[in-house]
Design a protein around this ligand. Sequence first.
Ligand code: PMP
Ligand code: GLN
Length: 385
Amino acid sequence: MPTTPLSVTSRLPQVGTTIFTVMSALAQQHGAINLSQGFPDFDAPAELLALLGEAAREGHNQYAPMTGMPLLREAIAQKVQGLYGAAYDPGDEITVTAGATQALFTAIAALVHPGDEVIAFAPVYDSYGPSVALQGGHLVPADLPAPVYRPDWAQVARLITPRTRMIILNSPHNPTGAVWTADDMAALAALVKDTRIVLLSDEVYEHMVFDGLRHESVLRHPALAERAVVVSSFGKTYHVTGWKVGYALAPRELMAEFRKVHQFNVFTVHTPSQVALARFMARPGWYEQLLALYQGKRDIFRQALAGTRFELLPCQGTYFQCVRYAAVSDEGDQSFVARLTREHGVAAIPLSAFYPDGRDEGVIRFCFAKSATTLEQALERLRRV
Ligand code: PMP
Ligand code: GLN
């Protein structure tokens, strides 16, 4: 019997495989040092790993509550109170998620209706656009012009329309490493005042803000927080990107909508990781240690690259360093990173992957969340480019 050809109309016709997967695979194929996808190549603290085993052996192996383990939600509430002076009720304003990706997707699915406009800043993290598109929303990019990638608030004001439902912000910013100031937060607050716009704040790099700058969490700014879902990730903070545990905070009315979606797209998150993270969070000093670690790696990486033909762009936060390569080559950024991987053995991310219009400004991103040995080897190769 002839089989019927399966006809699938794509919900995401413009979308291919994420650049992080593509570049990590290419790095592996060529045995290159992988400075593309953002993850540490060193392990989490032994104590945290021991706590994970302990939690499993103690029997924390069945479904956690839909909203997350109470112990972990309490620890998150204490953290944001201590760091940002923000009071969130673990009962109905905090939800543990399967990483920041699921939190972002869930917030968008819960709050964006077909035809709604969502403003995000380009270069824009690659999951936002497809998440908005799947809800029938329209991503409206606001420019962060190179090389400092600061928001242009006059432009954002022009982009706001009666259909604007959400603004997505991300400071410290992936991929550029730019960090927003208190003035940026005030400008944003002035623009959204008296509107129906909700904010989605992606703060996964909240603990990686360098040079004495302060992380301007939305949680510090009540006029923003009252209309915001704030997202973070334990993956970045504790070197466990593979655990895929993060969280979302929001005022109870917003969180109620968030949870309606969360319960049906993931229901609940890996239980022993939640127990281990909650217990580990009780130890003091981690955030300071993490900051010192990454600021040190950034400094080593920048100092070594300063003597090469790559032009360093500013890096105030995150574990990413962007560079221009005009002095090395005039080829497109996708082809340049492929050649860098193949011929020089170092993989990076082309920034054109983060522009909805595919713009190519000859800038690539390196991840410096790597051991001293990996960085040394990569830098030796990059010096020869
Ligand atoms: N947002 C940004 C800006 C990120 O860089 C990342 C991951 N690197 C995520 C969200 C996703 O975080 P998670 O791995 O916790 O899903
Ligand atoms: N966010 C990480 C990065 O920017 C990658 C996460 C992923 O692979 N989805 O490199």
